[in-house]
Design a protein. Structure first.
Length: 105
């Protein structure tokens, strides 16, 4: 199964937010390393899309959301079989209130 990994605009905006926060609070190299690490974690999803655990907090959605973990972040995705791709829906900071996860696009 070879799928395309597609980042939704919502997820890309979250990456931008993470980068901008750490650029201000720490440094540009640290912000870049963190965002690159998050993106790199998704490498290989196209060949093994079921590697992530099911996201129980999003069971009420029609999509079968799964997630990968990188440091304090959950990379939330689902397999869109009709478009033959994996859609990265959100990058969620696990230090936040889990209710905020419902913002997933």
């Amino acid at each position: 199964m070879d799928l395309t990994v597609y980042w939704t605009q919502f997820a890309e905006n979250k990456l931008d937010d993470i980068f901008n926060y750490y650029k201000t609070k720490a440094s540009i190299p640290l912000a870049l390393k963190l965002v690159t690490g998050i993106v790199d974690k998704t490498i290989g999803l196209n060949k093994n899309p079921y590697i992530g655990q099911k996201e129980e907090l999003l069971n009420d959605r029609p999509q079968d959301f799964r997630y990968l973990v990188f440091k304090n972040y959950k990379i939330i995705y689902w397999i869109n079989k009709s478009k033959n791709r994996i859609e990265i829906a959100n990058v969620f900071d696990c230090r936040q209130n889990p209710i905020k996860m419902n913002e997933t696009g």
